[in-house]
Design a protein around this ligand. Structure first.
Ligand SMILES: Cc1cc2nc3c(=O)[nH]c(=O)nc-3n(C[C@H](O)[C@H](O)[C@H](O)COP(=O)(O)OP(=O)(O)OC[C@H]3O[C@@H](n4cnc5c(N)ncnc54)[C@H](O)[C@@H]3O)c2cc1C
Length: 292
């Protein structure tokens, strides 16, 4: 029996991953899986464990850099409807790990539930967002999260409560293989007020990041209250370019991948920025984007 038996309908080989990430970079996944049910996902995860096949979870790909050589093993995407359901029960919203953060926020606004609207311009899924506790300088996803259902690398399903999760700046203890869903407890409010705040935040935030049809990513974490953007500017590195990878002139903590850019160009640019920022400001930058 092969580990793929009965899973052929959800597996593809040599799937190009560039269309699956915001930078539109990187080589193919050896196997790409789009399970259609939790049980299928569980079988896949258990088989990979038995066969010692590496497994990764890909959300919307807005915070990962995929190597030019591609990814060995199985890359899983929670694209099926069953993983992106959004249900509202009074002031609680349960959202699937594959649901888009933006959709959860607009549902909350429509239902008159406030809190998450400050995160409106952050791309990505609930799973990706909770994995790295996505947020702004003042608000993050973790602070509204009451519960999460996760699947371990052994395929076990666990419920993590508020008490056994910890969130800090761009970090969470939700480090199991899959975040299946999460419950957010929000503040009841006038839907028009929440919508107004959401629209205002959208306008402010969109002015702070590249817009339009650009392949881009946020590169570095802020350091102790200092924005990475300021450190890059102070080091005189705005618009620095390596191959097809360029720091945005207007938003220096964003990388723009121009036509012909490779993941290797991005890595070389990241190394250059880290070295020069350290030399010129004495501060060590850490990448926000995950280099896979
Ligand atoms: C234009 C732009 C603006 C951005 N602005 C912000 C910002 O203001 N604040 C901020 O915090 N971030 C920001 N980011 C980064 C990014 O949007 C967030 O990190 C986002 O939450 C990543 O979600 P994703 O679904 O794209 O995850 P991916 O990039 O696909 O994955 C990121 C990590 O999450 C894991 N993951 C994904 N789904 C799951 C799951 N279901 N279960 C378990 N693990 C999972 C992946 O394995 C990987 O380790 C920005 C990015 C861009 C491109």
């Amino acid at each position: 029996m092969s580990w793929t038996d009965g899973l052929e309908h959800i597996l593809r080989q040599d799937e190009p991953l560039a269309p699956w990430n915001w930078l539109r970079l990187g080589g193919p996944a050896q196997y790409f899986a789009e399970p259609t049910a939790v049980e299928e996902l569980q079988t896949l995860v258990q088989r990979c464990r038995q066969e010692e096949i590496p497994v990764r979870l890909l959300g919307a790909g807005s915070n990962v850099l995929i190597p030019d050589t591609g990814l060995a093993g199985v890359t899983i995407a929670l694209t099926a409807a069953v993983f992106s359901q959004i249900r509202v029960d009074e002031n609680r919203i349960r959202a699937g790990g594959g649901a888009k953060l933006g959709q959860v926020i607009s549902t909350a606004a429509r239902e008159g539930l406030g809190g998450l609207e400050a995160l409106v311009a952050i791309p990505g899924t609930i799973g990706g967002g909770l994995h790295g506790n996505a947020g702004t300088q003042n608000v993050d996803m973790g602070q509204w999260t009451d519960e999460a259902t996760v699947m371990t690398r052994a395929g076990e399903i666990l419920v993590r409560t508020r008490e056994d999760m910890h969130f800090s700046y761009r970090k969470s203890t939700l480090d199991e293989l899959v975040i299946l869903d999460a419950v957010f407890v929000l503040n009841p409010d006038d839907p028009r007020e929440v919508t107004r705040r959401m629209q205002k935040e959208w306008i402010v935030r969109r002015a702070q990041q590249p817009s339009g049809d650009v392949s881009c990513a946020r590169l570095f974490k802020d350091v102790g209250g200092i924005e990475a953007r300021e450190l890059i500017e102070e080091a005189g590195l705005k618009a620095t370019r390596v191959g097809g990878a360029e720091l945005s002139e207007q938003h220096p903590n964003f990388l723009i991948a121009h036509h012909g850019c490779t993941s290797d160009d991005v890595i070389r640019l990241i190394d250059l920025v880290k070295t020069q920022v350290r030399e010129r400001t004495g501060v060590d930058l850490a990448t926000e984007i995950e280099i896979w």
